[in-house]
Each structure stands twice: as C-alpha cells, then as structure tokens.
Design a protein around this ligand. Structure first.
Ligand code: FES
Length: 161
C-alpha cells in the first residue's frame, strides 16, 4: 500500500469515528437543563420554629413555621423560597406567601421558585407552574397541589395547610 492510499484510508476511518460519536452523542443527549429560580434549603421540619406536619406520608399537611428563627429566616426576604418537608414555601417580590407541593407532577423533581417571573420551574425538564400550581409549560400535565399560606406579621409565623 502506498503512502497516499494509506493516508486516504486513515482519513476516512477517522472521519467515520468522529461522525459516529457525534450522531450517538447528539441522539442520546437530553434537553439542556433549564436554569433559574431558587428552592432555598431543604429544612428539617422538626427543627426549632416548626410545628405540625409537613410530610404527606404522615397525613394531612398542616404546619406553622416561625420566620424569626434561623432555619426559616430565608423567608424574611421577598423573592425567596424554602422547601419544608413536601412543600415549597415561597415569598413573592410583593411579599405574599405561596405554598405548593414541591414535587413536579411530571417525574417528581423538586421545583424551584423563579421570583423575577413569579412562577415555579422544574430544573429537570423545564415544566413551569403558576403561583396557584397550574401548569404553564409541559411536559407536566397536572397541576401542583396548592396549600393555603397565612402570614401573621405580629408573631412572624406562616401557617400552611
Ligand atoms: S420532572 Fe419536572 S419536568 Fe420532568
């Protein structure tokens, strides 16, 4: 085999390998991870400042958090959010409290709060939910459960049920 013929075959082989890698990589790649939003820190719902039940496996969701305590102080700030048990508690930029089930109805990923857009977004496949839990963007097709969140500014406590 002459050098020119050899180099030609090597070039074709390398090109085929590169093409194969690109095609297999492109076909198996999932959607880019959507960014934005915050879910705050998952808080141990037995800590100081917490009373009640935040685990749906233990019955009805019904709890109170004291945002003057360190574990829940994140929620003193407008535009923040905190995951408490199975619930994401968010405080809008206007200062209103929202409580929704934290698990995306598509595949269960914990959602984030996007304060700038006043909505919730799943970091897994990008489903979006309104402040009432309604689906704004697929792939999720079912709404998130909404809880009532009531803030008592005198005691700094938020009641969720
Ligand atoms: S798990 Fe939330 S969009 Fe898929």
């Amino acid at each position: 085999m002459e050098r020119k013929e050899f180099m030609s075959l090597v070039g074709i082989s390398v090109g085929a390998v590169i093409l194969q890698n690109c095609l297999s990589g492109c076909s198996s790649k999932s959607d880019p991870t959507p960014s934005g939003g915050t879910g705050g820190t998952t808080t141990n719902p037995t800590s100081t400042g917490f009373t009640g039940n935040a685990a749906s496996s233990k019955g009805t969701i019904d709890f109170t958090i004291d945002i003057s305590t360190s574990d829940y102080a994140t929620l003193k700030t407008n535009g923040s959010a905190l995951v408490v048990g199975d619930v994401i508690v968010a405080r809008t930029k206007a200062g209103n409290f929202i409580a929704l089930a934290k698990a995306c109805t598509h595949e269960g990923t914990t959602i984030n709060f996007v304060a700038d857009d006043n909505k919730f977004r799943c970091p897994n496949h990008g489903s979006e939910f309104s402040t009432t839990g309604a689906v704004l963007s697929a792939p999720a097709s079912s709404p998130l459960k909404q809880y009532t969140a009531t803030f008592d500014s005198a005691s700094n406590k938020v009641a969720i049920k």
